[in-house]
Design a protein around this ligand. Sequence first.
Ligand code: PMT
Length: 409
Amino acid sequence: MPKRLVNKNILLGVTGGIAAYKSADLARRLREAGACVRVVMTQKAKEFITPLTMQAVSGNPVHDDLFDLQAEAAMGHIELARWADAILVAPATADFIARLRQGEANDLLTTLCLAASAPIALAPAMNQAMWKNTATQENVQAVQDKGVKMFGPDAGEQACGDVGYGRMLEPLELVKQLSELFETKMLTGVNVLMTAGPTQEAIDPVRYISNASSGKMGYALAQALTEAGAKVTLISGPVSQRTPEHVTRINVISAKEMYASVMNHVHDNDIFIGVAAVADYRCKTISSQKIAKTSEELQLVLERNPDIVASVAQLDKKPFVIGFAAETENLISHARAKLFRKKLDMIIANQVGGTETGIGSDENAVTVLWCEQQQEFKRMSKQKLARELVSLIAECYKIKNDELRCLSA
Ligand code: PMT
């Protein structure tokens, strides 16, 4: 089973064709592959399969009405469009493809397709003569020209007894093709070393100083980087995140251990990304025994930890170095100061503390700064943000590499 769909938000559109009976199995297979599935049904789809069935197999309420006040209060249609990492319409009837081509927004599914920035894939299913018809073929070509992916159709015997192209692909094949949508080749052959999560600085055998980093941002980036073809080594502080497939994970506890591990591995890498919330200070002495509660006050003496990302940026043969900046005030000016002070190629600035984004949360909003440029990424899931950041990182890394090649030519 492909793993690219783990944690992906898949909006499964079901339109009114006999193949809709397979959509229930498709929803089940998508969930087995790790995706979170929400189903949107057209009115005609409900003639073929019930919303109750689709709700049971997807594990989420089914959306079927553009003007449903209750549904809009829970998750409005624009929010639903933003939520989706990909939209898969299966089955996609000839009528739906025609309406999509026209840019119609006369039901929930077409409206979502118009409002979403996520990739859209269709699994056509219809009678072979309808599929061959010039009108359908022109519509298919037109939506493909707009970037819509077409999964199938397959050839074979049809429900009406005809034989030819028009059968919907089997659910497992659709899951495979959908997972390939998340596989880009932007960083093929590129080695990336990165850090994520918090560090823990021991006070005594049972206590430590740490922070609230969950590792979600770093692990989402690691996943997006492997999907872009990079070979990723992730040096991680203590977190409870699942290691993404194909990522080599090295566990560390303290900043000193993280520093040593980074310095040990950095030489084989083309890009370094410091997502970890590294403790700036550690206890000067760690008590060998649990500190007893004997006085009203306790003073800990702290000393500076090495700055990992700045040390990597100072190497003679340094990789493309990217840092994160976690700020509670003056986000852009503080981040820009860190970009220059630490001699980084790029910095990704996020607001932390008292926000619903940033540290510990499922969503983030960032501004990326590099050279004299900056680009803002509005609030979205860390998974989606990671994929957008990877596109920008790949672009900037390529430009920098080409410049270096020109200089050494
Ligand atoms: O893990 P999550 O809950 O998903 O939260 C994600 C995050 C908020 C932790 C992440 O997006 C983030 O901002 N990471 C950087 C946190 C941080 O330590 O920021 P900073 O501004 O203090 O440090 C700037 C840069 O220097 C960072 O790249 C950091 O990794 C690096 N650094 C800091 C101190 C140190 N001793 N060594 C370092 O390498």
